[in-house]
Design a protein around this ligand. Sequence first.
Ligand code: ADP
Ligand code: MG
Length: 731
Amino acid sequence: MSMDNALRVLQKYFGYTQFRDGQQKVIESLLKGEDTLAIMPTGAGKSLSYQIPALLFQGTTLVISPLISLMKDQVDALQQFGVPATFINSSLTFSEVRSRIGRAARGEYKLLYVAPERLESDSFGILLRSLNVSFLAIDEAHCVSQWGHDFRPSYLQLGPFLRSLPQKPIIGAFTATATEEVQRDIVRLLELNQPNVFVTGFDRPNLSFTTIRGENKKAFVLEYAQIHNDQAGIIYAGTRKEVDQLQVFLRKHGLKAGKYHAGMSDQDRQKSQDDFLFDETPIMVATNAFGMGIDKSNVRYVIHYNMPKNMEAYYQEAGRAGRDGEPGECILLFSAQDVVLQRFLIEQSVFQPERKLNEHKKLQGMVDYCHTSRCLRKTILEYFGEEDIQDQCGNCSNCKDVREMVDITLDAQKIFSCIYRMRERFGIGMVAEVLKGSRKAKIFELNFDKLSTYGLMRETSLQEIKDLINYLVAESYLQLSTGEYPVLKLLPAAVSVIKGEANVLKKVSQQPARDLAEEVSLFDRLRALRKQLASQENLPPYMIFADSTLREMSQVCPVNPREMIRISGVGERKLEKYGDIFLNEIANFREASEPKGVNSTFFPARDTSDATLKPSRERADLNSTAKDMSKNKLASHMQSLLLYQEGYSIKEIGKVRKITELTVQDHLVRCSLEGHAVPWDDFIPLEQEPLILEAVKKVGREKLRPIKDLLPAEVEWFTIRAVLEKHKILY
Ligand code: ADP
Ligand code: MG
């Protein structure tokens, strides 16, 4: 079976032009009939790596997927792409199960999703044997390992189940977890036969990483969520209690926030998950129980309210942002208490001492990440064993940090000496109260009002004092002891500060960037349309089109189906189903942003001898020309071309006709398609043309996105379109 077929299937069903890094090799290996273990980070595209072979193999592919609650979503998403698929889990009656297997045996489904629990049932096993499965795909394969963080005992049934089959199918195992123990367990317990193992690069360039230490977390989260209130985001908190509190807090401030943790009823969790998937509640506050198997592609940010226990867990959770390849923001809020909690959890665990030690080591890796001033991306990738990584990614808080350092030595000295005078026997709250000069009974009982440091920071708010102490812990001037009541101790660095031998610096806290107030854009309009269609069909919006697809549509503004199918993410099925309605919306938007009455007019014979129209003409001239035109009757796009031929720039045309530059560009393309000559060279910087042609040679001209991806960022969409139009005869 050739990769050409695989590529054709990718284009036809999914509307993508190329395989991503890693997908190609994994698919090749499977098509050769070899057992394959694929380790690819979250969002890299594991699903397609088994769905494409499944579409090419004879018969039905069995997909093992851990979460019953999400099977329906996965199957719905496939059906949206026109792929025949169904699922079997405990929500179905036995006769329904039998009927689905029967239909699978008759070739009605290419993929059958099955929960691992089903394999424990004998009657189900017998039914399955009638199916003659040739390919078994095991998603989230790390669930088989007790070393992993999502161990599912039922995954252990897979080995015996496989042995019971008359003929061993090809096995593909997929996971994002890279540790060696887990890898070994997968190969051993799933009985992979000399598997090809592929580890894809772990970098996710569209994600930005930020760590924030010693900041008021609640205030930060609130402000961030307010600024990004129309975007979907996940906020992970460490405990159920913290999830409950944070969700109530955000709601109180008028934000639409849902929650998810293991202490809720199945029904409540399902509802909350659905509301998030359907963009009803954009914010999800959750413990790490939430997320596995959630393929929502338009999650724009993931905030960790508490530090997770290790890098594997962090990268998996943070990686749920930006699956669609659009920018995603990953923010980790660090506080020293998180370390205390994680240490405590490891100590409380039932692990053997050797295993505990290993967990402590991993925890330290996570703590180091929170403190490093090196590039965060480099730190992550090195943790996962990658080499030759550039020193600066330019897209993490350390690379982008241009904040000013402020000297806080004096405040630090006050805090340190207060802790010293309180004999290093109290926690953050009490120390802050003393510095603030609190009048609580406890303070007087302990005679702290007699201390020379009492009320020394009266002018500062209590919360700010606490934040400052947290910062000093995070920066290792202070240590927070373990145990139920953590107390503050001075570390050697603090002693030098008290003695006046060293200064303490703090970067001035950074406000998250505010999005510029934007007028309603075409992208917003398309998003609204998507939402409306989604609720009619009872589907999550991202299953209609991904954000990245809408973004490209709004930039390219396709005018007909031929242009529409060029958009990445538009395959045959979706074109048929949604093409017209989205084309219509795009056309409406363009019309609405143009002056009234233009389209229904006609243009008189033009006096070409009119020499008054020169590029350098006065503004008044320009306006009157445009007005003349609107009075006359010529298709809108032709009017733009005429103005251009008369020497107006695209910008000027947009301004005077009260349409966007994008629309003007689109007009020119339309004229060109209709056979009018457009001086494309005006829009093509000399040095970019060969680059663009080169890229087109590589990936074809079917879609713009792959071409753009191959080019330097400064090459504009419109330049690519211009080159394509200029050279249309050649391709
Ligand atoms: P994973 O399971 O590895 O976390 P998914 O399979 O959910 O990732 O894929 C993440 C996103 O990437 C999905 O929205 C999917 O449609 C998209 N995707 C996968 N392969 C490609 C490709 N070759 N081109 C463009 N988008 C892709
Ligand atoms: Mg997946």
